[in-house]
Design a protein around this ligand. Structure first.
Ligand code: SF4
Length: 149
């Protein structure tokens, strides 16, 4: 799913630009929809509020943690399952960094690397990339992130 597709779905549920921003920020930054001076139920349209639990469950399914492995270099490798069952790797780096995958497989095919074993399978859509950041933020704070193959 692309972020633009997600925006279109929010708009179809009655979201105005401010609602859209609030929902997308809450998702990407792993924050509650309620804010100190503004509760979601006073702010978001009812149709949107009603649909949000299913939508959030769908977004959570874009990147699920299958396993994690601590390396000798203090990086933590996350094996992440995508909505179609394929897997990619995200890496939690020291000092709240994160590296996420932008594609399934890799065309380069270095002999020592499992990722490139079957070649490039597909590119990830934007929401699948952001979903990896969200998943990592559920495990620990992420202040900066980058992407790799
Ligand atoms: S992911 Fe990196 S190491 Fe693995 S095959 Fe691609 S370029 Fe080589």
């Amino acid at each position: 799913m692309r972020i633009e597709h997600l925006r279109q779905r929010l708009r179809a549920l009655g979201a105005k630009p401010g609602h859209e921003l609030r929902v997308l920020r809450a998702w990407a930054q792993v924050r509650p929809l309620d804010q100190r001076h503004s509760r979601a139920e006073d702010f978001l349209p009812l149709t949107l509020r009603t649909a949000l639990p299913d939508l959030m469950a769908e977004l959570a399914g874009l990147a699920r943690l299958r396993s994690e492995h601590l390396g000798a270099d203090a990086a933590v490798r996350l094996l992440v399952e995508l909505a179609d069952g394929q897997t990619v790797e995200s890496v939690l780096l020291p000092r709240n960094g994160l590296c996420v995958s932008t594609q399934v497989g890799c065309a380069v095919g270095c002999v020592f690397c499992m990722t490139g074993r079957d070649g490039l399978l597909r590119q990830l859509a934007s929401a699948g990339i952001v979903a990896q950041v969200v998943l990592a933020r559920r495990l620990r704070p992420v202040k900066r992130w980058c992407s790799w193959a």
